[in-house]
Design a protein around this ligand. Structure first.
Ligand SMILES: Nc1ncnc2c1ncn2[C@@H]1O[C@H](COP(=O)(O)OP(=O)(O)O)[C@@H](O)[C@H]1O
Ligand SMILES: CC(C)(COP(=O)(O)O)[C@@H](O)C(=O)NCCC(=O)O
Ligand SMILES: [Mn+2]
Length: 919
């Protein structure tokens, strides 16, 4: 199998590309135009869809367009078109059936219906928000799941597919029920088993396997992951894992080494452009097979685990054994370098039973890993490549295996070449096969359209533990209860071995953390479920998106990590109380609350052990993980009661505040408004210190106290520069900003008494205001859904807000038709609008925002970020194309010390004018 050299063309197709992509009959090949679509648009949409199909694999079955219908709303510009009779359309899975393992990638649809929400619909019309990127046919949003099975237990895989109905479009895809009867289901499959087991799949599931070439799939999968998944590739040296930023314009050429049962080495020059340059028959199968013979272990993981306790010098002949304990330094070999794997055995007359299986296992692992590293390097050298990506399940995320391969590449290349590993290591082929269905349009998606989530009990491994079926919460909780009992290793404190065990020429001991290998079930916490959200975009006002890093605090710093983990753990009981209360405090809610706490602690323990387990870790990711985990256990809004109570209390005093503000001169008022925003930002249920505070007084008391403490200078105080931009100096009156984006934070006083009065001031000065709020709840943050009602209430106290809200379509009556806003009487008042930010977290990552926000941003020239999460934990150091104001009260002592050299309850007013030196 080694050294076979095949050249492939730039197309992924294996069959002739002349086979039809869309049926010739024009009346069939055209989806019906939606009511709102012009003939021209309709034509364009058909042409693009057709063109998009053209360059794809010719082995794809023809589309059956009979009975095509628009799904959902007809007014939509680019509606989803269902093809009920299209069998291809229902297969949402692909397989890679290898010599050792079966890899399954499957897709489940998002359950979302954006048309239910009046505000969203209105904003879509008003801002002309594009649908799902720039395509004229939409990519379906959904989730990609990754599961593996042992090939010798093929029946488990068949059962899994059957149980989840994946061959019929998946349990969640009931919308496609018309297709359930269809017998002719075709599933993409690669790997030798796609040929070998055709009959098993036909008989067991009634499906036909459509074979895709294995090398094509490996390369397509690797290219896709390297392009679309931000933290896919990493280096692993001496126990240290570091993610590699891949420049898409400088990806090729590279060497792809897939270490499965056997090993393939592929020189990749571009998308679909590659050559299998070499391989070796000494691979994962060799380790597993020989290991089984020599150690009597029953599973791959067992052997790997043994190796962690092994000492290979009992089996291997070392340089020191030959040189009487000395280094052979002239040629750069230390005494501990392996001179000959298993070589010591020849000079001893011992039986196999007299060697420790641990030592044999380690010797084997080192032998095979070094060998693969060395051959890879030689091939990289042969073709002048200095980047080598390793995939395949032999790697199994195992630190010592990766360290050994990295060491070999580094050693032989004298540091010139670098070994990199892929998080989706073994799934390259299956992903490639999945991508060969062109209907998904996966390869067109970009990094910003993927969000990776780590649900508990995701069915990563097959076998008995399938994980809970999709959507079945009760089973998930039971699974959690079992999982955490079984998996005490996850929660137990983890021994940390100091990195740096490599000496000249080799390792003294395996780098390992503890004696047990993380079980495959908990390895589900290594790669998550990939959510495809085609509507996400990069925020267009980022100054330099390539350099943008949302997180301010680097959790790679161990002491930071430990501090923030403790903060989150300490906060957990209070959060669980709130969450359970928000669901009526029932027994069911308590059980879910308990499961949530276990799940979140398990995540924290896992990350404490390996901070980079889920990709590069920042505080924002942790805070979002907590929210996602709550949602997973169906706590849709833990702070709902608190939010409502605080909104009401604040709205009741808004009128008085506005009167007070109106009695001030312009300059005093501007200062009072900024003070007001800072003071009201104290209402943060995510901060331990604040939660304690709230138990001591009413919200109005706290607000008053907070206002009183607002004397300037603040710890970070750019107010004078901001004032000058707003009010000018001397007689010079500057032009108002065209449009301001106000990223709001908490409910209650924060938004009502802080941000709304500031919005009102901007409106009054002729600036359009867009309130940007969360799409989903996070702590006590106000959401985009909640804002129209709050604004409507506030509008009762204020004409400016009322007119602006009407102009912006926020008041329900005015939402009926957006043409109302062109009425003359409203023209002089700029609109007040609300858009969602695309997040469900207390922080914001500007690489992934809603299309609504991205569209609203296009006319904006002022950005106001408010609150710790959005202005400090994230984006404190972010630069924008236009003026940016960052306002927050620091409600954490350590953060205050680190970030602003100050104290808890200090304020930050950071202003960066467009084009100023700092930005
Ligand atoms: N749970 C497991 N069971 C068997 N082999 C495993 C397991 N986890 C990792 N491996 C290793 O992964 C190899 C298979 O890797 P994979 O990339 O799936 O290749 P293939 O397509 O040849 O099956 C096995 O030979 C073994 O070395
Ligand atoms: C979660 C938060 C970022 C929310 O802050 P906000 O954006 O609402 O100002 C913040 O409350 C926080 O950092 N809390 C953890 C720190 C602590 O409890 O002190
Ligand atoms: Mn908040």
């Amino acid at each position: 199998m080694a050294d076979s050299t095949t050249t492939h063309s730039s197309s992924l197709s294996t069959a002739s590309s002349s086979s039809a992509f869309i049926q010739e009959n024009p009346s069939l090949s055209r989806p019906p135009a939606s009511q709102g679509q012009s003939q021209e648009e309709e034509r364009e949409s058909v042409m693009v869809s057709t063109a998009a199909s053209m360059h794809r694999s010719g082995s794809r079955p023809q589309l059956d367009l009979s009975g095509a219908a628009i799904q959902g709303n007809f007014e939509e510009r680019n509606p989803i078109i269902l093809l009920p009779n299209q069998s291809d359309d229902i297969s949402c899975m692909a397989l890679d059936i290898g010599g050792s393992l079966i890899k399954l990638v499957y897709f489940s649809r998002h359950e979302d219906n954006p048309h239910k929400d009046k505000r969203k619909k209105y904003m879509k019309q008003r801002l002309e928000v594009p649908n799902g990127g720039r395509r004229s046919y939409p990519i379906l949003g959904g989730r990609l799941h990754f599961v593996k099975f042992e090939t010798r237990k093929l029946n488990e895989c068949v059962d899994f597919i059957k149980c989840k109905q994946l061959h019929r479009g998946g349990e969640e895809n009931a919308w496609n029920s018309g297709a359930l009867q269809n017998e002719n289901v075709v599933i993409k499959a690669t790997g030798g088993g796609a040929y070998k087991f055709t009959d098993v799949f036909k008989e067991g599931l009634g499906v036909t396997l459509d074979k895709e070439d294995e090398m094509d799939c490996l390369v397509a999968g690797a290219n896709f992951l390297l392009k679309a998944i931000r933290h896919e590739a990493f280096t692993h040296m001496e126990g240290h894992k570091e993610f590699v930023q891949i420049d898409h314009n400088d990806l090729f050429p590279y060497l792809l080494v897939n270490v499965g049962s056997g090993v393939s080495m592929i020189k990749v020059d571009g998308y679909g452009k590659f050559q299998r340059v070499s391989g070796t028959n000494v691979g994962g199968g060799t380790f597993w097979g020989l290991g089984r013979l020599l150690t009597k272990c029953k599973s791959f993981d067992e052997i790997l685990e043994l190796s962690q306790r092994g000492d290979n010098s009992a089996v291997d002949m070392l340089v020191g054994d030959i040189y009487g304990g000395m280094d052979y330094s002239k040629i750069g070999l230390s005494a501990s370098t392996i001179a000959s794997s298993f070589g010591k055995v020849i000079s001893e007359s011992k039986d196999l039973s007299e060697y420790r299986p641990e030592d044999i296992s380690l010797s084997l692992l080192r032998m095979i890993s070094y060998n693969i590293g060395q051959i890879s390097y030689l091939n990289a050298l042969r073709y002048g490549l200095n980047r080598i990506f390793f995939g395949g399940f032999f790697i199994r995320g195992h630190a010592y295996t990766m360290d050994t391969i990295s060491f070999a590449v580094h050693f032989w290349s004298k540091g010139e070449a670098q070994a990199m590993f892929l998080r989706h290591e073994g799934f390259l082929g299956a992903l490639g096969a999945f991508m060969s269905y062109d209907k998904h349009g996966l390869e067109d998606l970009m990094a910003h359209q993927f969000v990776e989530r780590f649900p508990m009990g995701a069915p990563y491994v097959g076998g008995k533990i399938h994980g809970p079926p999709l959507g079945d919460l009760n089973e998930k909780i039971s699974w959690m209860e079992k999982f955490v009992q079984r998996g005490t290793e996850i929660l137990a404190p983890v021994p940390m071995a100091p990195p740096g065990t490599t000496g000249l020429g080799g390792f003294e001991r395996p780098y390992s953390r503890g004696d047990t290998l993380r079980s495959d079930a908990s390895a589900a916490l290594n790669i998550g479920v990939l959510h495809l959200v085609p509507s996400l975009e990069v925020f267009p006002l980022l100054k330099d998106p390539k350099k943008y890093e949302p997180n301010t605090i680097d959790l790679a710093d161990r002491s930071e990590l430990e501090y923030w983990f403790t903060v989150l753990l300490e906060h957990l009981p209070d959060l669980v109380d709130k969450a359970v209360a928000s669901e009526g405090g029932t027994d069911d809610a308590k059980r879910r609350g308990d499961a949530f706490a276990r799940a979140f602690s398990a995540h924290l323990a896992r990350l404490m052990e390996e901070p980079a387990a889920y990709g590069k870790l920042g505080l924002a990711n942790l805070l979002e993980l907590r929210e996602e985990c709550l949602r997973e256990f169906q706590f849709s809004d833990a702070y709902i009661t608190i939010k409502q109570r605080e909104n009401e209390a604040s709205l009741a005093v808004l009128h008085d505040l506005l009167m007070e503000l109106d009695s001030m001169d312009e300059e005093t008022r501007l200062l009072a408004l900024i003070e007001g925003v800072l003071a009201a930002n104290i209402f943060d249920w995510g901060s331990r210190a604040c939660v304690d505070l709230y138990h001591k007084g009413t919200i109005i008391d706290i607000y008053r106290m907070s206002r009183k403490k607002m004397q300037r200078p603040w710890r970070v105080d750019d107010f004078d520069t901001f004032r000058e931009r707003m009010l000018g100096s001397g007689d010079q009156k500057p032009l108002p900003h065209r449009r301001a984006l106000l990223f709001v934070d908490n409910s209650g006083a924060d938004v009502v008494l802080g941000m709304l009065p500031l919005a009102r001031e901007l409106l009054r000065r002729g600036t359009e205001v867009v309130l940007v709020a969360n799409s989903l709840p996070a702590l006590n943050d106000v959401t985009a859904n909640e804002l129209p009602d709050i604004v409507a209430e506030a509008a009762k106290h204020c004409d400016i807000l009322r007119k602006a809200a009407e102009a912006g379509g926020l008041l329900v009556d005015a939402m009926v038709d957006c043409r109302d806003v062109s009425d003359d009487k409203f023209c002089s008042i700029p609109p007040l609008m609300v858009v969602e930010n695309g997040c469900g977290s207390p922080c914001i990552d500007f690489r992934q925002v809603s299309s609504e926000l991205a569209t609203a941003a296009k006319d904006a020239d002022l950005i106001i970020l408010e609150g710790m999460g959005r202005a400090l934990h994230t984006n404190f150091n972010a630069h924008f194309k236009f003026d940016a104001l960052k306002l927050a009260m620091v409600k954490n002592q350590r953060l205050a010390e680190k970030l602003i050299n100050g104290n808890i309850y200090d304020s930050v007013c950071r202003y960066e004018a467009a084009g100023s030196k700092r930005s």
